[in-house]
Design a protein around this ligand. Structure first.
Ligand code: GDP
Length: 434
């Protein structure tokens, strides 16, 4: 049985925390897309971690963690993250890497960085982790698969071919030093040898696990609104963070995904360039930003201040729809406890018309929010473990959001720590009860 944990919004919804929590009832956690370009914040008995590439099941020794074929694999980052767990006394996780995953190389990061510099104020908000050049290479069929790292001659030939066009860009567009296939071959051959003990046919492994009745979690990165097809293109990422794409990126049958848990914050946050219709400005924004997440709303990867705003039911309903969410987890509910009144964006006004279907990007540029204002609850809700013990206005807020997004909210999270989670329908989603 497969359950996917994915973002309903722009990313940073708290998927890492949720995956860490739900990994307890799972046998395998799989990353299926993206690379080290976002951070999943996890706070547990070992401390606070920002995982970029490792699946969020690495804190549980009985869980097998899988980096699937769809991931942009930055090998050095992977090695660094594993070392940083060891340094902090986290027991060695079980981890395997797909032999078909492709390798994100130094030059992808360079190309990403130089392109953002060239675009200057027309940039798309890249984290400069090499993701767009990586996926461009993959689909142009000049990428390097992990299995190709082990064949030195093939690796050299493929790099030589791929560098021809890149060096034209390096020299004539970016005016930077050219790339050298010999050096890169030596470097990545050596990294391949380091990686080799972790490499296997993960697709076979997952199909065998399914046959044996194992429970698998697919862990999405970023959120629905960053999807290249369904999101706020071009302010999107370059791989699909949609649960359905997990079947391809992980290598599992579509029919095996039984549950899709879309994660949303109880308010909105978005890092990088893009449109956030319910965005706050000034003191109101600063207050929410300061109180949000575990240490304020600053990007886990870049440290950039995130845009923050009220809960956007238009975007979240759409996000849940394209994710095919069977349920929703609402995180950061505790953050709103300071407010007397809490606006919820229930529609957009575009050129005088009220719109409730999330529009295409050019129309977002002229959208303004339509709010329904709900009463706050004005008491700290951290430490509460039963849904019925939440203040009435807080439950009313969740009920309102649930109706507005047309997806059952089965989990609420009332603090950043692993244990700060409330199941609204006990047993419905907690893997341990299955
Ligand atoms: P991810 O990429 O979806 O895993 O999300 P991030 O880790 O980038 O951002 C989520 C932020 O919210 C992190 O700072 C988490 O520690 C924090 N967080 C998650 N759930 C809660 C919650 O219920 N309450 C509070 N206050 N913070 C939370």
């Amino acid at each position: 049985m497969i359950r996917a944990i994915v973002g309903a919004n722009w990313g940073d919804e708290g998927k890492g925390k949720l995956t860490d929590v739900l990994a307890e009832g799972s046998d395998i956690v799989v990353r299926f897309q993206g690379g080290a370009n976002a951070g999943h914040t996890i706070i547990n008995q070992y401390g606070k971690f920002a995982l970029h590439l490792l699946p969020s099941g690495v804190f549980r020794t009985r869980v097998m963690n899988v980096i699937g074929p769809g991931v942009a694999l930055d090998i050095e980052e992977l090695i660094r993250e594993l070392a940083s767990l060891k340094d902090r006394d986290v027991p060695d996780p079980q981890l395997v890497v797909s032999d078909r995953a492709q390798v994100l190389m130094d030059f992808h990061v360079l190309l990403d960085t130089y392109e953002e510099e060239r675009l200057a104020d027309r940039k798309f908000g890249s984290t400069k982790s090499g993701i767009a050049p990586f996926y461009s290479d993959k689909f142009a069929k000049v990428g390097i698969q992990v299995c190709q790292l082990f064949e030195k001659d093939m690796l050299h030939a493929r790099l030589t071919g791929s560098l021809v066009k890149k060096n034209v860009l390096m020299k004539h567009l970016y005016h930077k030093p050219e790339l050298n296939a010999d050096e890169l071959t030596e470097k990545y051959y050596a990294l391949g040898q380091q990686l080799k003990p972790m490499v296997c046919n993960t697709t076979r492994l997952l199909h065998d696990a399914l046959r044996d009745g194992k429970r698998i979690l697919l862990e999405g990165q970023l959120g629905a609104l960053r999807d290249p097809d369904h999101g706020i293109y071009p302010y999107t990422t370059s791989s699909s963070p949609i649960a359905g794409a997990g079947t391809v990126g992980a290598g599992v049958p579509a029919h095996a995904i039984a549950e899709v848990i879309a994660v949303t914050k109880a308010y909105s946050s978005s890092v990088g360039t893009g449109f956030l219709i319910s965005k706050l400005e000034g003191d109101e924004a600063e207050e929410l930003r300061k109180r949000g997440g575990d240490a304020g709303e600053y990007g886990a990867k870049t440290g950039r201040p995130r845009d923050v705003g009220w809960f956007d039911a238009v975007a979240t309903r759409y996000g849940c729809m394209v994710q095919g969410a069977t349920q929703c987890a609402m995180t950061n509910l505790d953050v709103l406890s300071y407010l007397d009144e809490i606006p919820v964006c229930t529609a957009y006004k575009i050129d005088g018309q009220e719109v409730t279907d999330f529009p295409v990007t050019p129309l977002l540029a002229h959208a303004t929010p339509v709010y329904t204002v709900l009463k706050g609850w004005k008491t700290d809700i951290r430490g509460i473990t039963k849904y019925e013990d939440l203040p009435e206005n807080c439950r009313a807020y969740v009920d309102f959001a649930e109706k507005a997004i047309q997806t059952p909210v089965t989990i609420v999270s009332n603090g950043p720590r692993r244990e700060e989670v409330i199941y609204r329908t006990p047993g419905a989603v907690n893997g341990t009860s299955r």
